[in-house]
Design a protein around this ligand. Structure first.
Ligand SMILES: [Zn+2]
Length: 133
């Protein structure tokens, strides 16, 4: 028996995901007790922030190149454009990793938890109006 199986045997079968408060099997949660869905949505959010940061870097760099450096675009225009595109791609990748790591490090509880909907509450409570009609 491996050490991993030892650890799993001692844990309860189901645990609550700290992000969405849904009860999941222990095997579907990671070491911070995040489920797959919460991990995926955190990655999506980090990715969106990454593209925005990459776009901001691209804008600032393009301004710097064309306003401050003012290169002779008749020589090698593709090199300048490639440089800007590489900065955009790498900047967004780095920003995405930082955003995801920040989200994991803060580990805010119940961020993804959905409050009960009106329909769910309506089913749970008896409809007082209709019983008296
Ligand atoms: Zn979750």
């Amino acid at each position: 028996m491996t050490r991993l199986e030892d650890r799993r045997d001692r844990l309860p079968e189901d645990l609550t995901c700290v992000r969405c408060l849904e009860i999941k099997p222990t095997t579907e949660l990671d070491r911070l007790l995040w489920c797959e869905g919460c991990l995926a949505s955190a990655r999506r959010r980090a990715s969106a922030k990454g593209w925005i940061a990459g776009g901001a870097l691209l804008g600032v760099l393009a301004l710097y190149v064309f306003v401050w450096i003012q290169p002779d675009l008749s020589l090698i225009p593709t090199a300048w454009i490639m440089m800007l595109l590489v900065a955009f791609y790498l900047g967004s990748r780095v920003a995405r990793e930082f955003a995801f790591a920040w989200d994991r490090m803060r580990n805010r509880r119940a961020v993804e938890a959905a409050p009960p909907t009106v329909d769910a509450r309506g089913d749970a409570e008896p409809d007082a109006g209709s019983t008296w009609d």
